[in-house]
Design a protein around this ligand. Structure first.
Ligand code: ZN
Length: 328
């Protein structure tokens, strides 16, 4: 049963908005596009995992895209699967090609055209996640379930090689489509062993605790890429031809490039504002950002927008539309 759904990562939403609002030829454009492509690939890989783990029975609670803080440090987990017997951490990797694990030196790399590209050793990464999660649950008085983990490649075409001792890698490295089987396999052995009492209450408390402490992983994208706020282009995008600079005419947004007409094109622009500049906006800032001449028109637009709420005398709050839905 899916308890927490995955949504497009906030950092990727920010990069996509930024790319659409920087002038072509901006010095950071190539770097941003590269990062966006990498993040999108990672997100696609995680969604492939979602597709496969959805088939697990209701005995398993699935929490996707978990992020929590402990001692001021954030920990991100692609998916957590929690049964009455155990907790499973799943980390998705979208590397392609031939990936070599060296468990002795704890190295992971890919050789392409004679050049070795190194990755952080995934098993070390996920072991760190495992111990942080264990600590989080201990501190909450919710320890008791064993925590297992898997590193799942999203592409079946990725070839995994092991240099040296294979067993420790084979045990934890898999493909996204094999995750349900691997999880059920361990879980059924635990049921057979009867070494652990079925503890429904503990499982429910763990799920509830993690849900209450889940955060959205966020980062300051302008600072990360060293981009000034002044570089961000203002205006309303046309949803048909992506031209930036729709014009407000008698209650509609009109595109001077393709003649498309829209009533709601400004909503996406206000989302961009919230993602890149701030979640509150004044009438003056809004008029400037949307290229509206009359502050009365701006006020009307803000009042009518479903994602905007009056925040204080001069500030309006832009609500972030979350497409993550929670189900009990
Ligand atoms: Zn257009």
């Amino acid at each position: 049963m899916i308890i927490r759904y995955r949504k497009k990562p906030l950092s990727l939403q920010k990069i996509d908005s930024l790319i659409a609002r920087l002038p072509e030829g901006h010095p950071k454009m190539a770097m941003l596009r590269k990062q966006a492509a990498m993040d999108q690939k990672g997100f696609n890989g995680e969604r492939k995992l979602d597709y496969h783990i959805e088939s697990l029975s209701d005995d398993y609670s699935i929490l996707n895209d978990v992020c929590f803080s402990l001692y001021g440090k954030k920990t991100q987990i692609d998916s957590l699967i929690i049964s009455v017997q155990a907790i499973f951490i799943i980390e998705v990797k979208s590397y392609e090609g031939v990936i070599t694990f060296d468990p002795e030196l704890r190295q992971c790399y890919r050789v392409m055209e004679g050049e070795a590209e190194r990755f952080k050793y995934p098993i070390t990464q996920v072991e760190a996640i495992q111990s942080t999660l264990l600590r989080l649950l201990q501190l909450a008085g919710l320890s008791g379930l064993p925590i297992y983990y898997f590193i799942a490649f999203s592409e079946r075409s990725t070839l995994v090689k092991v240099k040296g001792e294979e067993e420790s890698v084979k045990k934890v490295v898999t493909y996204v489509e094999d995750v349900p089987f691997q999880v059920m396999n361990i879980n059924e052995k635990l049921i057979e062993q009867k070494s652990l009492q079925q503890n429904n209450q503990l499982r429910n408390k763990i799920v509830q605790y993690i849900m209450q402490h889940c955060e959205d992983f966020d980062k300051d994208i302008l600072r990360e890429f060293d981009i000034k706020k002044d570089d961000i282009l203002t205006g309303v995008h046309c949803s048909e031809c992506h031209h930036l600079g729709m014009v407000r005419k008698i209650g509609n947004w009109c595109c001077p490039n393709c003649d498309a007409v829209s009533k709601t094109a400004h909503l996406k622009s206000l989302q961009d504002y919230a993602l890149l500049i701030g979640s509150t906006i004044t009438n003056v800032q809004c008029s400037h950002f949307l290229h509206i001449q009359s502050r009365h028109t701006t006020k009307y637009i803000l009042q009518q927008s479903p994602t905007i709420k009056k925040h204080s005398r001069v500030l309006w709050k832009i609500k972030h539309p979350s497409n993550r839905t929670f189900r009990k």
